[in-house]
Design a protein around this ligand. Sequence first.
Ligand SMILES: [Zn+2]
Length: 119
Amino acid sequence: MQKEILGYKCRKCGHVQYPYRTRCRKCGETVFEGNDIVFDTVPLPRDGKLLTYTDLYALPPEFEVVKLTLGIIELEGGQRVTGQLRVDKPQLGMKLHAEVEVVRKDAYSKNWGFVFYPA
Ligand SMILES: [Zn+2]
């Protein structure tokens, strides 16, 4: 089964935001069902462009790598997400495509996240 990262779709205007916020960034609405704040969830777009990035060293052991490049990517829907880059020479504005992969694991759990490759 292919994994997805889900965004939160406003039931009033249809804007998809990520990460979760209690009110819509576009129309400002908070939609309630009873006492619960509700959004529909939809898979986030996989394509975007690189806004900025940084190289990280001296990571905790569960990352199992010496160096990690983290980027902030603007997806085609306008959402900005953080993800790992698997790009030799990152350039700002370059087009990237995301896969959802295990980004961190220890003996008991795995964390899934976006990993970006050149598009
Ligand atoms: Zn909205």
